[in-house]
Design a protein. Structure first.
Length: 409
């Protein structure tokens, strides 16, 4: 079996200082509960195996000779070996491992979630594959003289973890995590890679670890004490209920909020920037999302108000009574006083925005004034800034209300 080695090269500035580099191999396993003839996912398990890059060639040589030398054909997985062999593979691999971690959480049927299914799925993946990395790397003892430590995250390829948005979210989360745990004297660097497990003995080892834990859990159900994992490892368990998992809630808030960027109102979104934290607390999210939707509503209402103003001005063309025309012209001039500061501050010149209108009620002058205020509204609409929407909208609303009162009398 041909194995693809991941080779990484630190940039020149890092070579001037002492550095360490590790690969973190990740794979998953699932336990099922059987009801009648149906199997339902019960527990989701991810295993993390850390191997120093300097040990990769030795480990690959061992794994091939021990696991594959007497076998030919398909990839050897935990489900294909006995408990004893599973244990021996892990036992003989221990000397190449720096640290290992197992994350376990309840398995959820996402079809039961009617809303935000995509955000839930993405947040659960980040919780299972990426978030535990922080605890894992912090548990690794780094030499006091080391200035940089690099971790290459290698995950078994699935249908979605090698494409966006999963890749972009994983890379962003790892980047923010690196900033959060780095200190002045020690910098963390993360890279993200997706590999077919057939090309990586490290990922196959992670499969053996995840599978061994799955087997141990199945024995616990039958009150059997069977130990397959022959070494100590970090264990992290997610709560039974999602709403009790604070890390998941932070990730879900982060994903649900930023997923709005993919919508038609992306340009309306405020730009969230936190220098250290990779999550947003619930209160902050609520305030920012409320502000976002308020702006969207104002934008929608402004369009409706402008459309109504155009229809009203069209109706004004049919007014014949001089008394009504006079009052309409007064309202048009009041509206123009509201529009004038918006026009000037946004750089409209005299050809684009008419500053004064005629107060004459004769047909020629009256109809010309209506055309001119319509032109002014169109000109201001093209240049007005988002923070000026409220003033623009309020002035038009007053105008529409007052003109409708005049027309209906």
């Amino acid at each position: 079996m041909a194995i693809k080695l991941l080779t990484t090269t630190l940039k020149q500035p890092l070579l001037l200082m002492r550095s360490e580099e590790y690969n973190i191999y990740i794979d998953e396993s699932i336990t099922y509960r059987h009801i009648d003839e149906h199997a339902f996912p019960e527990q989701f398990i991810t295993a993390f195996c850390v191997i120093p890059v300097c040990n990769i060639k030795k480990f690959n040589k061992y794994y091939f000779q021990y696991v594959y030398k007497s076998r030919k054909g398909a990839e050897i997985k935990s489900t294909n070996v006995s408990d004893k062999e599973n244990r021996n593979i892990l036992k003989n691999s221990k000397k190449y491992l720096t640290k290992s971690l197992i994350f376990s959480r309840p398995a959820y049927m996402l079809d039961s979630f009617e809303h935000n299914k995509q955000a839930l799925s993405l947040a659960l993946d980040l919780r299972s594959y990426i978030a535990p990395v922080k605890r894992l790397v912090k548990a690794i003892k780094v030499d006091a003289t080391t200035h940089y430590v690099k971790f290459n995250i290698l995950i078994d390829q699935t249908s979605r973890n090698g494409i966006n948005p999963y890749v972009s979210y994983s890379q962003e989360l790892l980047g923010k995590m690196a900033n959060e745990i780095s200190t002045q004297n020690l910098k963390y660097i993360f890279t993200y890679h997706v590999l077919d497990s057939k090309q990586s003995y490290g990922i196959q080892l992670a499969d053996m670890l995840a599978g061994a834990y799955r087997k141990e859990c199945s024995y616990i159900k039958t009150n059997e004490k069977v130990k397959i994992i022959p070494f100590a490892y970090l264990l992290e368990k997610g709560p039974e209920k999602l709403k009790q998992d604070q890390i998941f809630l932070k990730l879900f808030g982060y994903v649900a909020y930023t997923r709005l960027l993919l919508g038609p109102d992306a340009e309306e979104l405020p730009n969230l920037q936190y220098s250290q934290k990779w999550y947003y607390n619930i209160k902050s999210l609520r305030i920012k999302i409320n502000r976002f939707y308020k702006r969207i509503i104002i934008n929608h209402n402004l369009s409706s108000t402008i459309s109504l103003a155009y229809r009203i001005l069209t109706d004004c063309n049919n007014v014949t009574l001089s008394s009504k025309r006079k009052r309409i012209l007064e309202e048009i001039n009041m509206l123009n006083k509201t529009l004038k500061p918006l026009a000037l501050i946004n750089g409209l010149n005299a050809n684009e925005f008419i500053l004064q209108f005629s107060n004459k009620v004769k047909d020629k002058n009256y109809h010309k004034t209506i055309i001119q205020i319509t032109t002014n509204i169109e000109s201001v609409q093209k240049v007005v800034k988002k923070e000026e929407y409220d003033t623009f909208n309020r002035g038009l609303k007053y105008f529409n209300r007052n003109i409708l009162q005049i027309l209906n009398k």
